[in-house]
Design a protein around this ligand. Structure first.
Ligand code: SAM
Ligand code: SF4
Ligand code: SF4
Length: 334
């Protein structure tokens, strides 16, 4: 039973947020004035347990999900994360298990994550300038720790990493070539992501978005590019450097939305299911789980929810949408 939603889209990918906490306060995601010391983060008992997450992953896999990405908040803050990775790596039918992190805790955790069965890692990197890093991530932790994290990941066996860079006009757009040059040298695949209007606290304005076409022009002028075929469900347009020095991705979520191919569900750390990054409401799976329902009931609930899905926020985005109620990125998992 593999459900299709109202636009004929299958359910193939699941993002699982394992915590709503983070050791950074990136302005585009968890600005400090909205996520200060009094912010009501989830209590431990409100989080899904590893057993609950794995059970749900197994049920989702039965409905067609083959790809799972762990995210957050900062997923490496979740205690014993490698234990969860090991449990998920053993779920039959789950072909692709990945994780997105800000990288700061990789020196401590990369080897354990690898040993637990993680094969794909994405590290967020918006700047190579230490002072700018401090401003953008609004933390006392330093850029050198993230760079040490990249080295630790390589030493642990993650030879090719994905690097995510969110560009903001007038903030870090002047580093496009430096970041691309760094990724080329290191053998990593950089993906530039357009700044999105996720949540309601990040002060998003269309004028702050650096369009993917502009990034492409700049890169192509320096290192000529050729397109790669996009795999089904891919959100990035992927390009190869003609000189053979690797690949680069452009995620044009704002200027060229890809809702028609969106096959992702999202599970928040407190067990709510969201069928769009810009959703305002989730389905309380944790309540359902904890009230003793069996796997068949859960599968039927998930399938019914997916069949109802008509989300295509990015296609419908208008100048007035930033004011609508939306869930925050750190809750839903980026
Ligand atoms: N803490 C981890 C990290 O930063 O990689 C994982 C969670 S984070 C929410 C996942 C991804 O979402 C990161 O690559 C981050 O840069 C991206 N992100 C957060 N807010 C965003 C926004 N407003 N627009 C575009 N990307 C955003
Ligand atoms: Fe934390 Fe990642 Fe959000 Fe930055 S983007 S505040 S590192 S969750
Ligand atoms: Fe998918 Fe929603 Fe993003 Fe469209 S706006 S691509 S439906 S998550």
């Amino acid at each position: 039973m593999k459900p299709l939603d109202t636009l004929g889209r299958p359910l193939q990918a699941l993002r699982i947020s394992v915590t709503d906490r983070c050791n950074f306060r990136c302005g585009y995601c968890m600005p400090r004035d909205a996520f200060g010391p009094d912010h009501p983060f989830l209590a431990r008992e409100a989080l899904l347990s590893f057993e609950e997450i794995t059970r749900l992953a197994r049920i989702f896999t039965g409905l067609g999900v083959a790809k799972v990405r762990l995210t957050g908040g900062e997923p490496l803050l979740r205690r014993e994360l490698p234990v969860l990775v090991k449990m998920l790596a053993e779920v039959p039918g789950l072909e692709d298990l990945a994780l997105t992190t800000n990288g700061v805790l990789l020196p401590e955790l990369a080897a354990d994550l690898r040993a637990a069965g993680l094969r794909r890692l994405t590290v967020s990197l918006d700047t190579l300038r230490p002072d700018r890093f401090q401003t953008l991530s609004d933390t006392d932790l330093s850029l050198s720790r993230v760079l040490a994290g990249l080295d630790a990941a390589r030493a642990a066996g993650f030879t090719t990493l994905k690097l995510n860079c969110v560009l903001q006009r007038g903030v870090n757009e002047d580093e496009i070539l430096d970041l691309a040059g760094f990724a080329r040298e290191q053998g990593h695949t950089l993906r530039f992501i357009e700044f999105m209007d996720v949540g309601t606290t990040n002060g998003w304005r269309l004028a702050s978005v650096v369009p993917a076409t502009e990034i492409h022009q700049l890169l192509n002028a320096r290192w000529p590019l050729e397109p790669l075929p996009s795999p089904a469900g891919s959100v990035a347009s992927e390009w190869r450097y003609r000189d053979g020095r690797g690949e680069v991705g452009l995620i044009a979520s704002v200027t060229a939305p890809f809702c028609r191919g969106c096959d992702r569900a999202r599970l928040s750390a407190d067990g709510h299911l969201y069928t769009c990054l810009f959703a305002s409401e989730g389905l309380d799976l944790k309540g359902f789980l904890r009230s003793g329902h069996g796997d068949a009931d859960l599968a039927a609930l998930l399938a019914a929810q997916w069949k109802r899905r008509d989300d295509r926020y990015s296609e419908l985005r208008r100048a007035d949408t930033p004011g609508l109620p939306k869930i925050e990125m750190s809750h839903i998992g980026g």
